[in-house]
Design a protein. Sequence first.
Lengths: 173, 114
Amino acid sequence: MTAMPQTAPTTQVYRVYIKATPEAIWAALTKPEWTERYGYTGLIDYDLRPGGAYVVRPTEPFKAAGAAQGREVPDVVIEGEVLEADPPRRLVTTFRMLMDPDMAAEPATRITYEIKEGQNGVCSLTLTHELDGSPKLAALVSGQLEDQGAGGGHAWILSDLKTLLETGKSFAN
Amino acid sequence: MVTYFSRVPTDDDLVFKALADPTRRFLLDRLFERDGRTLTELESELDMTRFGVMKHLRVLEDAGLVVARKSGREKLHYLNPVPIRLIHDRWIDKYTERHVSALVDLKTELESEP
């Protein structure tokens, strides 16, 4: 790549338009039977009330793939705390990535999901990630580490989520 | 009666139209360098009226390439890479991607030689 930013910006905003109901999008964000089917395929577990825990665990195939690369995958790959939960419109949590020790040492970041209903059954899903003081995680979620096999970050996840909700298929199958 | 296949503009059309303008690509490059800028900041980098820059930002927002977000009294503009990612994911699969990125790396390396 030629024009990489010198420092990753501290807030990143992503928006995708999906032909699905707000309830379907909410379920795809918050239920493990959905989250294992797109993006990084983690098993999500939210206690959806302020102060509730937020945890993402790896699937067995994900652990096996990590082991094949000589990387031990922890039992919890992402942890955080629910700050606001207003189904199916708004979800705010803190977010710490534990897959990598350098990222785990960075301060907790903050993620906001907003779902808005538009015309013709299309909703917008906006993800805002506040990443103050967490440049390593910022690089990962912006997709800058994709060449190193770290996945394409939020844009890649949301693209896959849209494909899954609209076609029933994801990149993996 | 003969009915003709009519083309309805799609989201992709909006993205390609938005990208088919050097000023708008310049604005996206500025946001790629540093995200979350105000209209005043973006305007200062262009030899163009405030109204002109607003019009271009509007086209980028309509295509989903820029998302504006209020922060206090300021309106900040963020580059949204998702529409470009969707185009990428539609035409470049994970097998061709390695060849493509190898060629892009080669071009970058050759062109950066002194």
